[in-house]
Design a protein around this ligand. Structure first.
Ligand code: AGP
Length: 609
């Protein structure tokens, strides 16, 4: 995780570094720092604990100005969030910012101690600065020194190095953590994400795995892992980045929840015609892959995993295509067996989640028919490395808690379901019922958003609770999982989701008169089953909150509150029912005074394993 920006220019780059860090904060916000060669030729390092604003405030109290520098915003992996652990790390003239994890840092540290170095931080990064310094004493340019050091490192890195004795160049190295060069006129930039560079340039060069680059204000040289000079294509990015503006909303998460009807409508536009789903972006030549698949393997993490779980219910029950869903960090190490004619689908908002990317790369060595990424960030590694891509087009999602990326992933998955159904020559009614439900989905979500005041009121019941159970059945079980995840991550209340039928196999022991149980119970073929589960909780004194559009014969009875929701089509129920749960978590977090957009210990994009 963490975010990196480096700049070398003819102009003052301090503001560029700080603005870049502000844009990169979604990758981590424990602490931040920069190192800049000032106009007198002195290297100035400033670091601050907490969000980037603390660093901006610190810089404002100085007259710092310089034309070469590196900067970093951190999500702690090794070493607690503290100023001493913030990047850049320095060893004499060498400064470094690093994303990733150096797995063998302890053995390097032992060797450095023998050579007389002392590490001041608890990080895995500082050893690299010392190693570069040690190796530099043997001679050679900074580029050559870094090329000699890299084979000693195990793990992942995207790093940028500045030597204050050679303030005309930056050296960047990539292995397992992305870096992109921004090309300017008499100035160049490097960042872990193009969004940090877009205010300066749209001309981008992505480094490939193993690449090392030397960047000056007027030249860019790139070498592959073997040290050969290589050419990497320059692209002109058309990425739109609207991160800066919360509009009329108090938080990004709130804005993103309310954007859902609009972004879904936009995603559907032009794709629903004559009761059919058109996916021109897939290319007709690839349709044969989808037609032939006999099994789907979904891999994802967190909220994206929960979307995959919903899709499993859909694929199996509507088109009888067997589907397995794996958490990416499990998939990559469990030696999965590839089923006959299996097709891999990765789901990711960011497209940079380390485990999901690793799973995709692993799958390429296996016998999958192909891979499809359903993703929100067009410039991401996942998009660039997948065979087929369907963008969710949700627009920038800044709040750490995923909301619109989840519902747009589900929308795209439903469109895909309809497409596969058509390609496989299944009953036209399946495709028609999906198209009909999708057409009214933005309206249905709007109706759910009208429940906001109800959620404000409900939130009061939860602020002093320490545990909450979520129950669902069928495709609502993953919605219970997603509801619980939303509550945990922004309200810090422990929440667990269970398939309601599992209750009596253990969790029922948790029920007492202080345990709130949120039940997702839309009016569908499983309603009577879930009503029985509700009775099991009631009989043991549990505190029930039932989200439903069914008639329960009462609005509220003792210890059971019915949250009456508007009608939704059966197939799109999971998409609609998550919306009130997102609102509920948002209001609980708000009442608890938590940082809704940047909850503690988390980052938006998880680029380390
Ligand atoms: C959910 O609210 C989280 N922020 C998190 O679980 C997220 O979904 C997960 O890290 C996966 O991210 P991705 O979709 O960018 O791959």
């Amino acid at each position: 995780m963490c975010g990196i920006i480096g700049a070398i220019s003819y102009r003052n780059i301090v503001g560029i570094l700080l603005d870049g860090l502000r844009r990169l904060q979604y990758r981590g916000y424990d602490s931040s720092g920069l190192a800049v060669m000032d106009l007198t030729g002195e290297l100035i390092r400033l670091r601050r604990l907490g969000g980037v604003q603390n660093l901006i405030n610190a810089v404002e109290n100085t007259v710092l100005s310089g034309s070469i520098g590196i900067a970093h915003t951190r999500w702690a992996t090794h070493g607690k969030p503290a100023e001493i652990n913030a990047h850049p790390h320095i060893s004499f003239d060498i400064s470094i910012v690093h994303n990733g994890i150096i797995e063998n840092y302890q053995s390097i540290y032992r060797q450095l101690k023998v050579w007389g170095y002392t590490c001041l931080s608890e990080t895995d990064t500082e050893v690299v600065a010392h190693l570069v310094h040690w190796e530099g004493q043997k001679g050679g340019s900074l580029l050559e020194v870094v090329q000699r050091v890299l084979p000693c490192l195990r793990g992942t890195y995207g790093m940028v190095i500045l030597d204050s004795r050679m303030p005309d160049r930056l050296i960047a190295a990539r292995s397992g953590s992305p870096l992109v060069i921004g090309c300017g006129i008499d100035e160049n930039f490097i960042g872990s994400d193009p969004i940090a560079l877009l205010p300066m340039t749209r001309r981008l060069i992505y480094l490939e795995e193993g690449d090392v680059a030397q960047i000056t204000s007027s030249s860019i040289m790139i070498f592959d892992r073997s040290g050969n000079s290589v050419h990497r294509c320059e692209i002109t990015s058309n990425i739109q980045h609207d991160a800066g503006n919360k509009g009329a909303y108090n938080h990004y998460m709130q804005k993103e929840i309310y954007e859902q009807p609009r972004v879904i409508k936009k995603r559907l536009k032009g794709h629903l015609r004559n009761n059919k789903i058109n996916f021109p972006e897939l290319g007709s030549e690839n349709e044969i892959l989808l037609k032939n698949l006999q099994h789907i393997q979904i891999v994802a993490c967190g909220t994206s995993y929960n979307a995959g779980m919903v899709a499993k219910y859909w694929f199996e029950s509507f088109i009888q295509v067997p589907c397995d869903v794996d958490i990416a960090s499990e998939f990559r190490y469990r030696q999965p067996v590839v089923r006959h004619n299996s097709f891999l689908i990765t789901l990711s908002q960011s497209g940079e989640t380390a485990d999901t990317l690793a799973a995709l790369r692993l799958s390429k060595k296996m016998s999958y028919l192909g891979s499809l990424a359903i993703c929100n960030v067009p410039s991401s590694s996942l998009v660039r490395e997948s065979d087929l891509v369907l963008m969710t087009q949700a627009g920038s999602e800044i709040g750490v808690a995923s909301t619109k990326s989840f519902t747009t992933q589900l929308t795209v998955l439903l469109m895909l379901l309809a497409k596969i159904s058509y390609l496989k020559g299944m009953k036209p009614e399946i495709e028609k019922s999906i198209v009909d439900a999708l057409k009214v989905l933005p309206y249905r979500i709007n109706q759910m958003l009208l429940q906001n005041e109800l959620m404000v009121d409900l939130a009061k019941d939860f602020i002093h609770k320490e545990n909450v159970l979520f129950l669902g059945r069928g495709a609502q079980y993953p919605i219970a999982m997603e509801g619980a995840l939303k509550l945990k991550e922004i309200s810090y209340i422990h929440a667990e989701a269970y398939a309601a039928g599992e209750l009596k196999h253990g969790p029922l022991a948790l029920i007492d008169n202080n345990m709130p149980v949120i039940v997702i119970a839309p009016d569908n073929k499983l309603l009577e089953k879930i009503k029985s589960n509700i009775e099991e909780v009631r009989a043991r004194g549990g505190l029930l909150y039932v989200f439903t559009n069914a008639q329960f014969g009462c609005s509220n009875i003792e210890r059971m509150r019915i949250i009456s929701l508007p009608y939704v089509e059966d197939i799109t129920t999971p998409i609609s029912y998550i919306v009130p749960l997102q609102l509920l978590s948002y209001h609980i977090a708000l009442l608890k005074g938590n940082n809704v957009d940047q909850p503690r210990n988390l980052a938006k994009s998880v680029t380390v394993e």
